[in-house]
Design a protein around this ligand. Structure first.
Ligand code: H2B
Length: 133
């Protein structure tokens, strides 16, 4: 079973992930990154590749997709914190090729009110209620 990263391991593995937009959440027990793509299809394409990567590692993300945005939180449930598997999965996600279809990534945050600014009512707002924290 994977064990939690010790201080030395955290110092060795996490700084490179901060550089690509991963942030610590939940008192350092999770890693989070958000993406905004140019379309739902691009988000789903990324998620398909990410799912294969996760399945290959037998280590799976918590994630939330709303239209063209994706918020991923990584943690190792079995050890209640971050393990080397989370760092490896984060690297795997960062290595996915997106052919310029990423419009934005962390520190951009996929907020619930992301689509609530002016203009037409968001047709997805009724879908997102189930996923609110
Ligand atoms: N994914 C994550 N994120 N944390 C886990 O502890 C975990 C997992 N455990 N995927 C795996 C599957 C475990 O349930 C199986 C039995 O290996």
């Amino acid at each position: 079973m994977a064990s939690p990263l010790n201080h030395q391991e955290r110092d060795a593995l996490l700084p490179m992930l901060y550089k690509t937009g991963w942030q610590l959440v939940h008192n350092g027990t999770g890693l989070r990154k958000s993406w905004k793509f140019d379309s739902f299809a691009a988000a789903w394409g990324f998620m398909s590749q990410a799912a294969l990567c996760a399945e290959k590692m037998d280590h799976h993300p918590d994630w939330r997709n709303v239209y063209n945005t994706l918020e991923v939180t990584l943690s190792t449930h079995s050890c209640g914190g971050l393990s080397v598997l989370d760092a490896e999965l984060a690297q795997g996600f960062d290595a996915i090729t997106t052919a310029g279809r990423v419009l934005d990534a962390s520190p951009f945050e996929a907020k619930d009110d992301e689509h609530s600014g002016g203009g037409a009512p968001d047709p997805r707002s009724d879908l997102s209620d189930d996923f609110l924290d």
